[in-house]
Design a protein around this ligand. Structure first.
Ligand SMILES: Cc1ncc(COP(=O)(O)O)c(C=O)c1O
Length: 480
């Protein structure tokens, strides 16, 4: 019996509404500067505007889109605003958005090669492209013993790296028998909190995480790492994983990879490099020095969803030896068995990540790389660094302010000399103004403002306006 009733959109309606959504997004980008960057709503305000129960009958699409404007936009913090300088960028771009849309339209699950060969092969190919683009070692190519995979986030990449390291350090026994409390992990006191979280999730225990002190540039001190490794070995521990950071979240510090790598090699410890934000800078030959030493790493990750114009989520994760990763994560139930997997001739990325299912993320990354080309990506990354350097120069010239850390790339840490409370109030006033959005950190236990340049449409005038506003608010505050 034919089912004549359908609640689905017809292809014609989909075309019409789809165009309306793309128009809406294009219009949003055109007027984005008219919104306060940081959403100004009170907790609960957005829910209060929504009906208590889901609609029993479907509603016209136009009404839904109208409600995005009316009910949702006030609760949006405008990450794509050129005046967004907070945290780290999560920059997007038109080709990235369109790639994401196409991926949703295809709706494929790329867990196995067989479930969509193009999803796997495009991913492998684009990740291979990025190896020479970023000056990464050839051992990360899929044609070597290693290879790359797209993860949702750097947090997942670091967790996968740790699980592979755990397996390797225990001669593949840890999956079978669980932990015995001996494995130890090392990262700097400035490393991202995702490393501590990975240690928890992997069941190693936070007591076995060593936060290595940093130098006056906030970079890991190799001598302190050497001492901790030695102490642990003498105490019968089994050092298994070091995470070095290229561009720490707080201040953009660059851990000294060559020295750290030498210690890891001596102790046969897995070296993971977290370059979540700053890795993108290596697209430009003049910034490629940040990857010096990465040739000795066992794994590496960076986030195109931070600074490479690829909509969230997209982290590129590389390993030097894919066997170690697959040994840690592969598990093959009967219902996933298929001829291609058994032939051994294909990659099944489900074995390279935590979940089984996976989105076709390579599409948006491919769109971005093809749209901009290496030249276009370099142009925008260079411009962001130039703008941040210009901002740092203005801070240096103003005797009321000081730089709080070196600013090698696109992040500037600075503060007013009037102390913590003043800087906190300055930050609050700036963010409440809606004109820009900055966040803070603590460096040497002092409240520090951070300005990160990386949104796709940020230009000199935005950074100039931000600095003028900071100066004006500081002057006003000084009078209060
Ligand atoms: C150095 C570093 N590592 C990891 C992360 C976490 O990134 P994700 O959200 O992709 O897990 C960040 C986020 O800012 C970061 O700066």
């Amino acid at each position: 019996m034919a089912d004549q009733k359908s609640y689905h959109m017809t292809p014609e309606e989909f075309r019409r509404h789809g165009r309306a959504v793309v128009d809406w997004i294009a219009g949003y980008y055109e007027r984005i500067e008219s919104f306060p960057v940081l959403s100004q709503v009170e907790p609960g305000a957005i829910r209060a505007g929504l009906p208590p129960a889901a609609p029993a009958q479907g509603e016209p699409f136009g009404a839904i889109l109208d409600d995005v404007e009316k009910l949702i936009l006030p609760g949006i913090t405008h990450w794509q605003s050129p005046n967004f300088f907070a945290f780290y960028p999560a920059n997007s771009s038109a080709p990235g958005v369109l790639g994401e849309l196409l991926s949703a339209g295809l709706g494929v699950q790329g867990m196995l090669w067989a479930t969509s060969p193009a999803a796997t092969e495009l991913e492998t190919h684009v990740l291979d492209w990025l190896v020479p683009m970023l000056g990464l070692p050839e051992k990360f190519l899929s044609t070597s013993a290693g290879g790359g995979v797209i993860q949702d986030t750097a947090s997942s990449a670091s967790l996968c790296a740790l699980l592979a390291a755990r397996q390797r350090a225990t001669g593949l026994a840890s999956n079978r028998r669980g932990g015995d409390g001996r494995l130890t992990v090392y990262t700097s006191s400035q490393a991202h909190s995702s490393i501590a979280k990975a240690v928890r999730i992997a069941g190693l225990g936070e007591e076995n995480l060593r936060l290595i002190p940093v130098d006056d540039r906030f970079a890991m001190r190799p001598s302190a790492l050497a001492a901790e490794l030695q102490r642990d070995r003498e105490a019968g521990k089994l050092p298994c994983f070091v995470c070095a950071t290229v561009g720490t979240t707080s201040s953009g510090a660059l851990d000294p990879l060559p020295e750290i790598a030498a210690l890891c090699r001596q102790s046969n410890v897995w070296l993971h490099v977290d370059a979540a934000m700053s890795g993108t800078a290596a697209l430009c030959p003049e910034f490629r020095y940040i990857h010096h030493g990465v040739e000795h790493a066992d794994s590496y990750c960076f986030n195109p969803h931070k600074w490479m114009f690829t909509s969230f989520d997209c982290d590129c994760f590389y390993v030097a030896d894919r066997r170690a990763l697959i040994d840690a994560l592969s598990i093959l139930p009967e219902y996933l068995r298929n001829r291609a997997t058994e032939s051994g001739a294909v990659i099944d990325y489900r074995d390279w990540q935590i979940p089984l299912g996976r989105r076709f993320r390579a599409l948006k990354l491919w769109f971005v790389i093809r749209h901009y080309g290496l030249e276009g990506l370099q142009h925008h990354v260079r411009r962001h660094v130039e703008l941040a350097q210009q901002f740092a120069a203005w801070v240096r010239e103003d005797p009321r302010f000081e730089l709080a850390a070196p600013a090698p790339l696109n992040l500037v840490c600075f503060r007013h000399r009037a102390g913590d409370e003043f800087n906190q109030r300055l930050l609050d006033r700036l963010n409440q103004s809606g004109a820009l959005y900055l966040t803070h950190t603590r460096l040497n236990d002092r409240f520090t403002l951070r300005l990160a340049v990386g949104q796709a449409s940020t230009e000199l005038r935005h950074v100039e306006r931000a600095w003028k506003r900071i100066q004006e608010e500081a002057a006003l505050l000084s009078l209060l």
